[in-house]
Design a protein around this ligand. Structure first.
Ligand code: GCU
Length: 610
């Protein structure tokens, strides 16, 4: 679209922060790398004194930046020099990790924190090229190495990387990162959310050592219409990329094919493969894949499956599947705050499996890569979501480009994960023309990046004026998605649990329906009559009544009740019950099960596959 290309040109020219995803490196998970995790010095800078001069001019846009610019890591050259900061004697903070849960004085902090990491690195240019890779940093991140600005990334939940080959020294490199988690009207997400705005370098940081010419990206999938045909593409990064040999080996399928790139270093392919063991929830079989060129080799583990819809059914490998799910926020069940480790992911997905789930909705933003890699191994289907949440600045083109960029980075990272079956465009957004156009553009863009998965979005249900007890989906965006999803809170925000018995559903669209949220709050350990709000019995009864209502509904192919674990939210302030936590979890923030956990567990245990 002209508008997109023009905007990207403007972006690069510099009127807007430069997005770095144009050369996002695929499957860093399996690359050899040097971790920069650990203790970093930090400076809390609420007035951004280390970024702007007193006339609000950014130091990094000045010819010779003032010594007060924090990214210079200035040191006094004489006893009379005036330098009003010194990273090296400041306190330290752990990377990865948000600052809110690491430093009690920063629990509610929203603003800029500067991070500094020093490192030595032995490397000669003949060895290849160096890249700095961030798995995520929330929200606006500006990166400087040895006083040079590498670039800016916007978005708190997707990876980005910068080439640093010509900047790294053998000794005393200083990496300085400005992270600003202020919520913005034009942001994605915007000002209001129902989760904690954890700020910081929240996931791993690493240095990648890559060959001069390396495999930057690849996509290997089962052809949606031909289950004995693998298709995809490979993209190289480097100079003189024409007619470079690329070898694709899949030993388990006796595939060993060599192909040649075009002048852009790009090649598409279709490879016949027989006797494929398809990936499924029952048998999550992953094939070892090796991609090799004369200079580079990368391994991956990929599952091959098809996912499509037929009327109101979701078909996994052409078999109808019912998505027995649960929604999950990315909070660490082990130490609180933003989760990012393999152990966090293992715990959350184990709880989901104990609940009887074959599916998880990773709300409301891209989770860390461990979640989808473990879901691949465990045979758990996944809904991944772009943080287009609630009342986004729909008329703002920069906001759209931001949302599109974050979605592009998510798809770039996870497009080879069999477990991921749904890309969700948004959550609970208002049905207004500007939003419909915004989301339709996003859906169109998604289909160009990945035609193999389903598109959805958590819409809002509504009742007819003349018949409040008949509910439906009346939303033009419902025509753009493959799977119709909506959140409903009958019995919590909308009447009491017994109201579920009065409600009928009239879903007109001939599409699968996922109830993407329902639920209610309970303080774990607070017992009483089921009529008493916040008791475990109230939540238990809400689940009982809701599931009876769901059983009367047509076209339901799955659900992801809200939510697996209690999570922090500044909106939830009821003393002695919420105290800054959303209590709709089936498990408390300490991992203790509530009575409603067993209601859903039993329901999934008895649920027959369609
Ligand atoms: C909404 C929203 C969630 C929120 C939940 C709640 O449906 O999607 O993000 O936490 O309701 O009110 O608890």
């Amino acid at each position: 679209m002209i508008r997109d290309y023009l905007f990207h040109f403007i972006l690069v020219v510099g009127f807007f922060p430069v997005f770095s995803q144009v050369d996002l490196i695929q499957n860093v998970y399996n690359r050899n790398s040097t971790s920069l995790n650990g203790s970093w010095h930090y400076i809390v800078d609420p007035y951004e004194n280390g970024y702007y001069n007193y006339r609000l001019m950014p130091f990094d846009q000045q010819e010779s930046p003032n010594a007060g610019a924090f990214f210079l890591n200035s040191k006094p050259k004489s006893p009379s020099d005036l330098i009003e900061y010194n990273f090296d004697i400041m306190d330290t903070i752990q990377v990865p990790g948000d600052w809110n849960s690491q430093k009690p004085e920063l629990l509610y902090y929203e603003g800029t924190v500067w991070y500094k990491k020093s490192f030595d690195y032995t490397f000669t240019k003949s060895q290849g090229r160096l890249f700095l890779y961030f798995e995520a940093s929330n929200y606006k991140t500006e990166v400087y190495l040895n006083g040079t600005k590498l670039g800016t990334h916007i978005g708190g939940f997707t990876p980005f990387n910068f080439e640093i080959t010509d900047l790294v020294k053998e000794k005393d490199n200083f990496l300085i990162v400005k992270v600003d988690n202020k919520r913005l009207k034009e942001g994605v997400p915007t000002l209001n959310t129902d989760w904690w705005n954890y700020g910081g370098i929240t996931r791993n940081v690493k240095i990648l050592e890559m060959p001069e010419i390396f495999i930057q990206d690849y996509f290997i999938q089962l052809h949606p219409e031909d289950t004995q045909l693998l298709k995809g593409h490979v993209l190289l990064n480097g100079e003189d990329l024409d007619r470079k040999k690329i070898r694709i080996s899949i030993p388990g399928l006796n595939v060993d094919q060599v192909m040649k790139t075009n002048t852009a270093g790009y090649v598409t392919f279709e490879i016949q493969a027989f006797d494929i063991q398809y990936w499924s929830t029952a048998k999550p079989f992953l094939y070892d894949i090796v991609l090799a060129t004369d200079d580079d080799k990368i391994r991956d583990q990929i599952g091959f499956r098809t996912i499509r819809t037929k009327g109101s059914q979701i078909l996994l490998n052409n078999n109808p599947v019912y998505l027995k799910g649960i929604s999950i926020h990315e909070e660490s069940p082990l130490h609180g705050g933003r989760g990012s480790t393999k152990e966090d992911a293992e715990q959350l997905l184990t709880w989901a499996q104990e609940l009887g789930c074959n599916y998880v909705r990773l709300a409301h933003y891209p989770h860390n890569e461990h979640m989808v890699r473990l879901a691949d191994q465990k045979g758990i289907l996944v809904w991944e979501e772009n943080p287009v949440y609630w009342t986004i600045d729909w008329e703002n083109e920069a906001t759209y480009q931001n949302a599109k960029n974050q979605l592009a980075e998510l798809i770039a990272r996870d497009k080879n994960r069999a477990s991921v079956i749904i890309w969700s465009m948004a959550n609970e957004t208002p049905n207004v023309p500007a939003r419909n156009s915004f989301l339709s553009r996003l859906a169109e863009f998604t289909r160009t990046k990945d035609a193999t998965r389903l598109i959805s979005a958590a819409l809002e249900q509504k009742s007819f004026e003349d018949d409040p007890n008949t509910r439906t989906i009346d939303d033009p965006f419902a025509d753009k998605v493959d799977v119709l999803s909506f959140n409903q809170y009958i019995g919590w925000y909308d009447g009491l649990p017994e109201k579920c018995g009065l409600i009928r559903w009239n879903i007109k669209q001939d599409k699968p329906v996922i109830i993407s949220e329902f639920g209610g709050g309970a303080k774990q350990g607070y017992f009483g009559d089921k009529s008493v709000r916040w008791t475990e019995e109230y939540q238990e009864d809400l689940y009982i009544q809701t599931l009876k209502m769901v059983d009367r509904m047509e076209k339901v192919s799955g659900m992801s009740p809200w939510i697996l674990v209690d999570f922090r939210s500044p909106r939830r302030v009821l003393p002695k019950i919420q105290d800054g936590w959303n209590r709709k979890g089936l498990l408390s923030d300490e991992g203790k099960r509530k009575k409603a956990f067993y209601v859903l567990q039993n329901y999934y245990l008895l649920k027959k596959m369609p």
